[in-house]
Design a protein around this ligand. Structure first.
Ligand code: HEM
Length: 339
């Protein structure tokens, strides 16, 4: 009797093992519904899993539960933006403006100082203004190059260098991007405060714009201290730089009041504004250097030739001369030729 019971127990045990083996056997798996996914099958693709489950999560032990999510559809959309759409936006904006500049330079050439040099100069930007300008500009150049490395580096630089060098460069660039953001933001705030008075739009700008800013032909529409084109650059720097700073700090300090979706939005806003900002600054750099004779001196030495001021900022020159007469101070100084 006892022997019979023991045999029966053994038999039941074997049947249970057999049933389990049959259940987990691939033949059983093949009888699943046609569209369902066997997550343990070796041939299952990430795509299938994602389509079926929408979100793939694992288990973790660290307190940040966000890290348990391995894949989610929004992550893929973001990656598509970062790897494809953003690169197109950047390439079209930056190469597009470069092409326009080249065509413009080849057809119009440098805007010359038509009345020649007078030999007398007038102060246009004082030392403090130039310091703020160059501090912001140098931070901008490093921020732009290091930021563009995040977008294009893997595609354009990695094939040209060893993975180790690319890693070292990208790490340095990333540190530079994070830390130079602070003087850059300070520069944008100072630029805003320093030049706001001369950058509010007015009726002179309408006339200046109607006459194409004197860029086409040999016209010299009157302008105050800043013409409409310079005012546009000012507002691009203040508003674009401000938006870059806000979205950039959201990225530097992740998940302080933000979730994954808002981090993704911050990155998209940051990246798109950055591309347009770089394009606008290329235009600004062109006009300040090879695009217009005598323009660089304004930010270089801080002074401009009197004839330059007459041709490009006649109303400003009048105001300055009037102010100097009232204060009984000579408005301009004579410089030795070649000085
Ligand atoms: C206060 C200023 C700024 C801060 C705080 C900031 C911060 C950041 C951060 C944290 C990232 C993410 C980097 C990463 O994914 O590792 C980033 C990316 C980027 N930044 Fe900035 N940034 C600032 C200004 C600028 C400026 C002035 C430019 C260019 C004109 C710029 C261009 C870019 C670009 C192109 C990216 C890469 C976008 C991408 O491909 O995802 N940034 N920035």
């Amino acid at each position: 009797m006892t022997l019979g019971l023991a045999r029966l127990r053994n038999l039941l045990g074997m049947l249970a093992v057999l049933a389990l083996a049959l259940y987990t056997h691939p033949a059983t798996a093949q009888q699943r519904q046609p569209n369902s996914v066997n997550p343990t099958a070796s041939a299952v693709s990430e795509d299938q899993l994602l389509q079926q489950l929408k979100t793939i999560r694992g288990l973790g032990t660290i307190p940040d539960t966000k890290s348990y999510t391995i894949e989610q559809p929004a992550g893929r959309d973001w990656r598509e933006f970062h790897e494809v759409t953003l690169r197109w936006i950047g390439a079209v904006a930056i190469l597009g403006i470069l092409a326009l500049i080249i065509v413009f330079y080849l057809t119009r050439g440098m805007v010359r100082l038509e009345s020649g040099r007078s030999g007398q100069v007038i102060v246009r930007f004082n030392a403090a203004e130039r310091f703020v300008h160059w501090m912001t500009a140098s931070c901008f150049i490093v921020l732009a190059l290091s930021g563009l490395n995040v977008t294009f580096g893997k595609k354009l630089l990695l094939p040209l260098m060893s993975p180790e060098s690319f890693t070292a460069w990208s790490e340095a660039a990333k540190y530079a991007h994070n830390y130079l953001s602070f003087p850059f933001t300070l520069g944008v705030v100072l630029i805003f405060l320093m030049w706001i008075a001369g950058n509010l739009p007015n009726r002179v700008d309408v006339d200046w714009l109607k006459r194409g800013g004197g860029m086409i032909g040999h016209d010299h529409p009157p302008a105050e201290r800043f013409n409409a084109g310079q005012k546009l650059i000012y507002w691009i720097v203040v508003l674009g730089g401000g938006a870059l700073a806000v979205s950039g700090y959201v990225l530097i300090f992740p998940f302080y009041g933000t979730d994954i979706a808002s981090m993704q939005s911050a990155e998209m806003v940051h990246a798109i504004i950055a591309m347009l900002f770089v394009a606008a600054m290329l235009g600004h750099i062109y006009i300040g250097t090879i695009g217009m004779e005598g323009a660089f001196e304004a930010m270089g030495s801080g002074t401009v030739d009197l004839n330059w001021a007459k041709e490009h900022h006649s109303l400003w020159l009048e105001q300055e001369e009037k102010r100097s007469r009232e204060a009984a101070v000579p408005p301009h100084t004579t410089v030795a030729p070649g000085e």
